[in-house]
Design a protein around this ligand. Structure first.
Ligand SMILES: *[C@@H]1O[C@H](CO)[C@@H](O)[C@H](O)[C@H]1NC(C)=O
Ligand SMILES: *[C@@H]1O[C@H](CO)[C@@H](O)[C@H](O)[C@H]1NC(C)=O
Ligand SMILES: *[C@@H]1O[C@H](CO)[C@@H](O)[C@H](O)[C@H]1NC(C)=O
Length: 402
């Protein structure tokens, strides 16, 4: 633009103000109409990266892509770039892909890089979001990448942790980092390790994106299987909650930041995933845990319970696993059970909230179904299903387009 710097600035600022609302939709119900879903293969088929759109009470598949390999799972969005991992079951490594999100529901691969085997979760970290950490379940390690240029993924470091030496069977015969989580200060990456019964702690250098290993939290009963977790801050207090998949427990911790750049976790809550001590059905396996946006409500998913029912669109009632919600006391971190709502079928491996917490998307891996529910952000309660869709393969992740 051939103008003075000041004028150019004023014009571009005005342009952004004038066009922001129509281009972005203004409120988030425009973007909450589109979901990105990954599926695992069933039989001989390959898994897909799907784009689903709400159309009345249906979730329609409007895009289908194989740009994330045959075993796609966790997705992390960053503007118009989507980071997707290929678990590559049975392979000696996994893959990280950076994909450009096109407006016509296709994805263009920008870059790819190998990871340690079986990547299942990614998180962006570091100044200006230039780093990305990966939790590698099958291979028992983690990777860090420089993603400053999403078209040139640059590996910083891959680590494989030693296997536990106490002779337990799979999955506790190996380290199994299951989720990459950034703490609220952005200074620490933590990884619940389902195989080694630990919370691994890394102190990151936000500028160089490198890290230092800090002592893990290890005070778990062997066989807990820490899988997924989330931080919650209130005033100057920090709490951490996690689900243990193998023991089906929900645990809460007070987190202390120490002067030597380590983290201390002190457990104050330990119940089953329903918040009580009742035995859960044989085969139950806790999966996901999130704290809803801008709220003090925690929701987790529990698989293979068939403890509830859900009526699908054709009127048939099918067995359902629960999404279990708790409120968090901001003073003490204490949890109070709020609701056990149907997840919409069996095996809700993943669910997520839209940005204002008015909707929940649930991926029912065993039923080949994705369901969007309404949610009341004030009470934390999940309401009726507003849309559902059947997909080929086994949906393992569902996230609202940002
Ligand atoms: C979006 O939100 C507005 C205002 O809340 C509402 O009138 C409209 O029906 C919503 N649109 C969709 C597609 O949900
Ligand atoms: C979708 O958009 C991309 C990027 O603009 C383009 O390369 C591709 O050809 C389009 N595909 C279809 C089917 O229109
Ligand atoms: C209704 O949907 C369920 C679940 O997808 C399916 O198992 C059942 O066969 C369907 N029933 C009819 C009558 O279409």
């Amino acid at each position: 633009m051939r103008t003075s710097h000041g004028v150019a600035f004023a014009l571009s600022a005005g342009f952004r103000l004038a066009t922001a609302a129509p281009v972005c939709g203004g409120n988030n119900n425009g973007t909450a109409d589109v979901l990105y879903v990954t599926t695992y293969p069933v039989g001989e088929g390959a898994g897909k990266l799907l784009t689903l759109q709400l159309a009345g009470s249906k979730l329609q598949v409007v895009g289908e892509s194989d740009t994330c390999g045959p075993y796609p799972s966790w997705l992390t969005q960053d503007g118009d770039v989507l980071y997707c991992v290929n678990e590559a079951w049975g392979g000696d490594h996994g893959d990280l892909y950076s994909l450009k999100i096109n407006s016509n529901y296709t994805f263009t691969k920008l870059s790819e890089h190998e990871t340690v085997g079986g990547p299942v979760s990614t998180i962006i970290y570091g100044n200006d979001g230039r780093g990305l950490a990966v939790a590698d379940y099958a291979g028992g390690g983690i990777d860090t990448f420089n993603i400053e240029d999403p078209a040139a993924l640059e590996l910083i470091k891959s680590v494989v942790y030693p296997a536990p030496d106490d002779g337990l069977p799979d999955p506790q015969n190996s380290a199994r980092p299951h989720e990459a989580i950034l703490d609220p200060t952005g200074e620490f990456l933590v990884f619940p390790d389902l195989g080694a019964d630990q919370i691994r702690v890394l102190k990151v250098n936000k500028e160089t994106l490198e890290y230092e290993e800090k002592p893990s939290y290890t005070d778990f009963e062997r066989g807990t299987g820490p899988r997924h977790g989330a931080f919650f801050t209130s005033g100057d207090k920090t709490f951490f909650y996690l689900v243990g998949e193998l023991a089906n427990v929900l645990q809460g911790f007070t987190v202390t930041y120490n002067d030597d750049d380590s983290l201390t976790f002190e457990r104050f809550h330990n119940s089953n995933t329903h918040g009580d001590d009742e035995p859960l059905p044989e085969g139950t396996a806790a999966a996901e845990l999130w704290i809803a946006p801008e709220s003090n409500f925690l929701t987790l998913s529990s698989r293979f319970e068939s403890s509830l029912e859900f009526t699908v669109a054709n009127g048939t009632t099918v067995p359902s696993d629960p999404l279990v919600t708790f409120s968090i006391d901001p003073e003490t971190g204490a949890l109070t059970h709020v609701q056990s709502a149907p997840a919409g079928g069996i095996n809700p491996r993943h669910f997520s909230f839209n940005s204002d917490g008015t909707r929940v998307a649930s991926a029912l891996q065993s039923d080949g179904r994705v369901v969007v529910f309404e949610r009341d952000p004030a009470t934390g309660k999940i309401g009726k299903a507003i849309a559902e869709g059947d997909v080929e393969g086994s949906p393992n992740f569902a996230t609202f387009k940002q």
